[in-house]
Design a binder for this molecule. Structure first.
Ligand SMILES: [Zn+2]
Length: 94
């Protein structure tokens, strides 16, 4: 897995798949992030990370840590473009 921190934001990461363990707090609390109000079922199942009503800027996160609220963005050309200046121009080679 490639999980790269975004230098300007210590709690933001760009990653090619969902991290099992949060690289920030080391807990297994990384879940698919949903925006807005969850349904009651979803809420009680605790399957998701909830962003609440204020979306992340410039783009909603793909996954979030329920423990420390770190944000994870899927590594796609679109997300890289959306994150623009927040990501370094060159990522290390795989
Ligand atoms: Zn965390």
């Amino acid at each position: 897995m490639n999980c790269n921190p975004i230098p300007e934001r210590e709690d933001w990461f760009i990653t090619d798949r969902k991290p099992t363990i949060c690289p920030r707090c080391k807990k297994k609390e990384v879940k698919k992030s949903v925006f807005g109000m969850p349904s009651r079922e979803d809420y009680y199942e605790a399957k998701y990370h909830f962003q609440g009503c204020i979306p992340d800027f410039p783009k909603p996160r793909t996954w979030g840590c329920c423990n420390c609220d770190a944000a994870f963005y899927k590594d796609t050309p679109r997300n890289r473009a959306a994150l623009g200046g927040l990501t370094p121009r060159q990522w290390p080679k795989d």
